[in-house]
Unconditional design. Structure first.
Length: 411
């Protein structure tokens, strides 16, 4: 078993079973649906056009590719859905290094060459993103091979194993046909994905957000610079944008839609589910730089006559952000705020304990409180959440610490 670079393969003469030179190697193709790394066939440029040399018919590979079948049996290559062409789709393309959490450019592709009794198998193992791959391609054919090998040995390798690579496909049709999922990217923290996305050009930012799971996309979008957020949302179809916005915290969604043109904002709102649309529309009515403009309407509130078991059940049914459950709020008749309980007290108390016995005074502010004063309240009382209540004491929403951090970062 040995490692061979794609750039070394390309242009090699190809001989069929008779030993005659039939053409030159143009491409290597992988069919991800059948095998994630295995080369399925080689594309050979012949006098009759491009032909497919099946991988199982490759006997050896080097300066010359030798096949075990006649060239007349090789089918024409007309291009196929679901095929990854290593030269076209990888060389000089930007990829996401999900291990190093950055965007890099591919200079070469490394493959394992494994001879068997009947044929040679080729598997993609890594991409070269360093100077070695660039130099190999730059001086190929200009210096003797032994001189090139000596030069390359002096250059430290910089490769990314294939399992740490996510392709950025800007053509939605090809991305679907290739069935390349952004699985590695989706497993990263949204803040790390945001850092990667901000380094990409607009077309590739769009490609990432069209491929990510809606929940991951929403969390990532909340971590991105507001100007980039707007650009991304403007580039997406309204229904896709709505799917992502629905998964965002309502306050973050309202802030983002408020930065769009009224026409674009309305288009996205129309595609949203009624409940989510209602929540976000209500928040859009408030001033952006006030407590009401920063609050989320997703929080856990329990009747103050209830027990710890009631609070636990409310937590089970809550599908909002984890930051919002740091405090359980108690309400009385008419949704009036009557107290608050830190989550940790709920966790260590018996199910039948009355909530009123655990309650403490809730820190509150009015809906029109300027965001600067909101930040001061968090700092003064070391808050995790802050309740927003109207002049009648009715609980309207809450502000979380991460909302304040985001507010200060973008302020």
């Amino acid at each position: 078993m040995s490692v061979v670079a794609l750039s070394e393969m390309l242009g090699a003469s190809v001989r069929d079973a008779s030993g005659s030179v039939c053409g030159r190697l143009r491409e290597a193709a992988v069919s991800p649906q059948e095998h994630a790394t295995r080369v399925a066939f080689l594309v050979v440029r012949t006098a009759e056009g491009d032909r497919m040399l099946p991988a199982e018919a490759v006997k050896s590979l080097g300066a010359t590719v030798r096949a075990t079948t006649a060239a007349s049996t090789w089918h024409p290559f007309l291009g196929f859905d679901g095929v990854l062409l290593l030269k076209r789709d990888l060389l000089d393309q930007q990829i996401i290094d999900v291990h190093g959490r950055k965007v890099v450019r591919v200079n070469d592709v490394e493959l394992y060459s494994n001879p068997t009794d009947s044929h040679l198998t080729l598997d993609v193992v890594a991409v070269d993103v360093g100077a070695r791959g660039a130099v190999r391609r730059l001086v190929k054919g200009l210096v003797p091979s032994f001189t090139l090998r000596a030069l390359l040995e002096k250059i430290p390798p910089r490769v990314i194993p294939w399992q740490y690579v996510d392709l950025i496909e800007t053509d939605p049709a090809r991305r679907v046909k290739l069935k390349i999922a952004y699985e590695g990217l989706s497993k990263m923290h949204p803040a790390d994905i945001a850092d990667i996305v901000e380094d990409l050009p607009p077309a590739e930012q769009k490609a990432v957000f069209e491929a990510l799971d809606e929940e991951v996309a929403a969390e990532t979008l909340e971590e991105i610079d507001p100007e980039v957020q707007v650009s991304i949302l403007e580039s997406l179809d309204s229904d896709r944008a709505a799917d992502i916005v629905e998964e965002m915290d309502p306050d973050a969604a309202a802030d983002l839609l408020g930065d769009l043109t009224e026409k674009r904002s309305d288009e996205i709102l129309q595609e949203m589910e009624p409940d989510e649309r209602r929540e976000v529309t209500q928040l859009l009515e408030f001033g952006e730089h006030t407590a009401a403009g920063r609050m989320t309407t997703e929080f856990v509130a329990v009747d103050d006559a209830g027990t710890v078991a009631d609070a636990v059940e409310a937590l089970r049914q809550f599908d909002g952000s984890s930051e919002a459950v740091a405090t359980i709020y108690l309400t009385s008749a008419g949704n009036r705020l009557s107290g608050a309980i830190p989550l940790v007290r709920i966790a260590i108390s018996p199910p039948d304990m009355r909530l009123q016995s655990l309650s403490e005074n809730a820190s509150t502010c009015a809906p029109d409180t300027p965001e600067k004063e909101v930040a001061e309240l968090f700092d003064k009382y070391n808050l995790i959440t802050l309740a927003v209540a109207d002049e009648h004491g009715r609980l309207s929403g809450i502000i979380t610490a991460d909302d304040v951090i985001s507010m200060l970062r973008n302020g």
